[in-house]
Design a protein. Structure first.
Length: 499
């Protein structure tokens, strides 16, 4: 992050603080501040929050050694947020100045919501300013000090800010995560992702697949292909619940979100493919693929993908594969009850490009599958707060120097007790590291750790943006069973009611 940008942000924030305190001071005369302006300021505060998240991520890249370059897209996104914030804050100042010049005696009352709004704006602006100052100081000292603490030490009274950044599924249904603000809830290695938030909004209105070669407006395929022509990306939602029968595989472009919140969307027939793309969010739908492939296939150097609240049942090769140089993927809150395979991360011992692979596997319900929950090669797999019920061959496997840190998971065995395939001495490759930390092993389940090459460190230690709220294993099963997979209707309300 260039210093000039940081200074600019501080300047903008100061403007905001001044403007907001004036709004409070003059009260009723500021009826001039229209709802539209208020909405603009809310939007730009959100932009600043996202900007902060990105800033934190970037700080890390400069100081960290393990993590490679942040893509240009983040710089572009942040710059555009600065410009938007600057413009609408200037407008705010302008309006407030003119309202200061109006006849104060003619004002009748001080609108309560406006005061509340101004207070909130000030709290948030101050907080953002403090954070930025702390970051700059740390940067000057050139330390790798714990940036996470900076965020966590922020004002606890600001519930809006904190819950949106750090809470689990509940975050996704709060006002601060409505519509294309969803990325503020991103977690794990996909933290800082934006998906289609900067792009067009598109509503799927028909459930058929039209002519796949020449997609028809209103279809999901048409929405997905818009991004190919418009570099800004696309945020796709659905007019109503529907079952979409694909005739061909759906190739997803960069900067895309498919957001099925609030509806019951099932995609059948063919799977989704992500090849050499980045910044994609797949959220809240079911994928049923009838062919010989997995339902979501991530490969060929794809980066930055958040797969959240998907349901996959009976898929031949499982829900997600992440292969061939792909990285920075979070697979969270999914309901996965495929019969045999489940989640393959790295497909071949020969694929050494998978050394870059980093995947977070979080809050998924793995139910009655045989193997690969996940199976990991070469890279780093962080397996946290998942609920495993009745695996058959093994639950967590790894080969060729993969590193798997299993933390705070619940293992409830059915047909087999061993979590890892250590019993298979002849076929097992003993080069991976598989470490268990605070896992709950029920009903005689056993976890054989592979620690020949030492123990692992958590990404939380190296990666300040790495948010992953965890909960103790004793209350995890009810949360995961109520909240994993596609949520809508009563399932959604049950999840939100689950403590
Ligand atoms: C709010 O933002 C929009 C888009 O940036 C702009 O066109 C509009 O003039 C702004 N409204 C006010 C009152 O500043
Ligand atoms: C201010 O408003 C009051 C009430 O509407 C009016 O009586 C007074 O003349 C106004 N003063 C000026 C300077 O316009
Ligand atoms: C910061 O620290 C790193 C590693 O200790 C060092 O290589 C680098 O030169 C330092 N940068 C500055 C600006 O001092
Ligand atoms: C994604 O969006 C960014 C700007 O937000 C743009 O610079 C980039 O080219 C886009 N990527 C693709 C592949 O369209
Ligand atoms: C959700 O949609 C699928 C496919 O259309 C349907 O089979 C299922 O019954 C729906 N679920 C609910 C609860 O409506
Ligand atoms: C789901 O949540 C409800 C409401 O909080 C709770 O009563 C129920 O026990 C939960 N279900 C499971 C399976 O834990």
């Amino acid at each position: 992050m260039e210093m000039s940008k940081v200074s600019m942000l501080i300047f903008v924030l100061c403007l905001l603080m001044v403007a907001s305190s004036q709004a409070m001071a003059v009260g009723g005369s500021c009826d001039l501040i229209s709802n539209e302006l208020k909405n603009n300021v809310t939007r730009d505060l959100y932009g600043i929050e996202v900007g902060l998240k990105l800033l934190m991520r970037e700080e890390l890249v400069e100081v960290g050694k393990e993590f490679d370059q942040v893509p240009m897209i983040l710089h572009d996104f942040l710059s555009s947020k600065y410009r938007e914030a600057e413009r609408s804050l200037e407008s705010l100042v302008h309006r407030l100045s003119s309202c200061l010049g109006t006849n104060l005696t003619s004002s009748v009352y001080i609108p309560e919501p406006m005061i509340e709004f101004s207070k909130l704006a000030i709290i948030k602006a101050k907080k953002a300013q403090t954070l930025i100052h702390q970051l700059i100081q740390r940067k000057e000292k050139n330390t790798t000090a714990d940036h996470e603490q900076v965020l966590e030490s922020s004002d606890p009274s600001n519930e809006y800010f904190d819950s949106c950044l750090f809470d689990g599924t509940k975050c996704q249904y709060l006002p601060c995560a409505l519509g294309n603000k969803l990325p503020i809830c991103a977690i794990g290695f996909a933290s800082g992702i934006t998906g289609g938030a900067g792009g067009l909004n598109y509503v799927v209105t028909r459930s058929d697949d039209g002519h796949p070669k020449n997609p028809s407006p209103g279809t999901l395929r048409f929405g997905v292909e818009i991004t190919g022509r418009n570099k800004g990306g696309v945020w796709i939602i659905f007019k109503e619940s529907m079952e979409i029968k694909l005739k061909e595989k759906l190739w997803i472009n960069s900067n895309t979100t498919i957001d099925g919140r609030g509806v019951n969307v099932t995609i059948i027939g063919k799977g989704l493919v992500l090849a050499r793309v980045e910044n994609v969010i797949l959220h809240n739908f079911e994928v049923v693929s009838t062919g010989q492939s997995d339902t979501v296939h991530v490969f060929d150097g794809t980066r930055r993908v958040w797969i959240d609240h998907l349901t996959s049942r009976d898929a031949h090769l499982g829900l997600v594969t992440v292969l061939q140089g792909s990285t920075d993927v979070t697979i969270s809150n999914c309901y996965l009850s495929n019969h045999n395979y489940n989640m393959l991360l790295g497909a071949s011992d020969q694929d050494t490009m998978d050394r870059v692979l980093r995947v977070t596997i979080y809050r998924n319900w793995f139910k009655s599958s045989t193997q690969r929950m996940p199976h990991c090669r070469w890279g780093y797999c962080h397996v946290v707060n998942n609920y495993y019920m009745d695996w058959f061959y093994y639950a967590i496997g790894a080969r060729v120097h993969a590193k798997v840190l299993s933390e705070l998971n619940v293992f409830e065995p059915g047909r087999r007790l061993e979590v890892t395939p250590w019993f298979d001495q002849y076929k097992s490759d003993l080069t991976p590291t598989i470490e268990s930390s605070k896992d709950l092993l029920l009903n005689g389940a056993t976890f054989h750790q592979f620690l020949k090459y030492g123990t692992l460190s958590s990404p939380r230690d190296n990666f300040p943006m790495y948010k992953l709220p965890t909960r103790p294993t004793d209350s995890l099963a009810s949360l995961v069973t109520n909240c994993s997979g596609v949520l809508f209707g009563s399932k959604l309300s049950d999840c939100l009611a689950t403590p």
